[in-house]
Design a protein around this ligand. Structure first.
Ligand SMILES: [Ca+2]
Ligand SMILES: [Ca+2]
Ligand SMILES: [Ca+2]
Ligand SMILES: [Ca+2]
Length: 325
């Protein structure tokens, strides 16, 4: 255990944790993996995050949404060598988070910069302005890079509450699934319930129509997963899915009374037909992906090289011919 120093206050909501290096009595053993645990109680009976990694051996960046404002957390690690033998758990370190600077005015569980400003937005079609409707069951925001409004609703019968709803900076579908298009930003939310293992029916509403081939994707179990069980509703302006604490759709993977959900709409690059060819509300702008662009540049480069080679050879033959003459 190394950084942040034990009992440090005002730590960012996405801190970087760092341990001391691995040591082993067996000379030829090496550091193979590290198991990280983060809890909001000192005896680790309620974990917030648990991650065993072969890459994050001594440094771990805590992802967005996991930590809350002004709260104390406890973390510890154990190391595994190349024979899968583990050290004992380290002595825990503690830190307390800062007050978020992103959700102050109004403090409503939506980053201020992403608040919907217009008074005529009603994504969930209930004749109430979404701007005035934000509560524990409904939140909405603007994806700034896409200029799309998104609302999220959970049914009150789920006995859960949405704590925070935000676009996500550091997690993006196309980093891993190159055959999938998506909006430029993923979205995430955090929901609480009294019962561990709870499930929620969640509806995402969009200001633009979705393609019938659109599929909700969610990042959990360290990979992107397709939500085949989704239902497209409201004339393809909304997607309804079911998420379960500790299971499908839960980023933290723990049955802990908290659902952390990261997701986005994805559609196959082969299926980019616009849902509405008249242009009203269609969101499927055709895009040349970076991969295609690179291929075009490569072909261009090869053609230019060939032309140059032919010209060079012909000039050489011409000069040679003159010399021989
Ligand atoms: Ca060893
Ligand atoms: Ca706010
Ligand atoms: Ca509404
Ligand atoms: Ca959970």
């Amino acid at each position: 255990m190394y950084l942040p120093e034990n009992n440090k206050l005002n730590i960012s909501l996405t801190p970087v944790l760092q341990t001391q290096p691995f040591i082993d009595a067996n000379e030829d053993n090496f550091h193979f993996s590290t198991e990280w645990q983060l809890a909001d109680v000192h005896d680790f009976t309620r974990l917030i995050y648990q991650y065993r990694s072969n890459d994050s051996l001594t440094i771990l960046s805590i992802p967005e949404l996991l930590l809350g404002n002004h709260q104390s957390y406890f973390w510890r690690v154990r190391f595994f060598d190349n024979h899968n033998l583990s050290s004992s758990w380290s002595i825990p370190y503690s830190f307390a988070t800062e007050e978020s600077k992103f959700d102050l005015s109004p403090q409503n569980g939506v980053p201020d910069i992403q608040e919907i400003t217009g008074t005529d937005t009603d994504l969930n079609h209930d004749n109430i302005n979404d701007k005035d409707q934000i509560n524990s069951y409904y939140k909405c925001l603007t994806l700034m890079n896409d200029n799309i409004q998104v609302g999220i609703e959970i049914e009150e019968t789920n006995q859960a509450e949405i704590d925070y709803f935000s676009s996500l900076k550091n997690i993006h579908i196309t980093d891993q699934l190159t055959d999938i298009h998506s909006f430029n930003e993923s979205i995430g939310f955090k929901a609480f319930a009294q019962t561990a293992g709870f499930s929620i029916t969640t509806t995402f509403y969009f200001s633009q129509q979705l393609n019938a081939k659109s599929i909700w994707h969610s990042y959990y179990q360290n990979q992107w997963n397709r939500f085949e069980e989704q239902v497209l509703i409201e004339k393809n302006n909304a997607i309804r899915i079911k998420i379960q604490d500790g299971s499908f759709g839960d980023f933290d993977g723990l049955e802990n009374g908290i659902i952390i959900h990261c997701g986005c709409v994805g559609w196959s690059i082969q299926n980019t037909t616009k849902p509405d060819e008249s242009g009203s509300g269609g969101c499927y702008i055709s895009v040349i992906s970076m991969k295609n662009l690179n291929e075009i540049l490569l072909v261009y480069f090869v053609l230019i090289s060939l032309c140059w080679l032919i010209w060079f050879r012909q000039t050489n033959i011409h000069i040679q011919g003159k010399k021989n003459a």
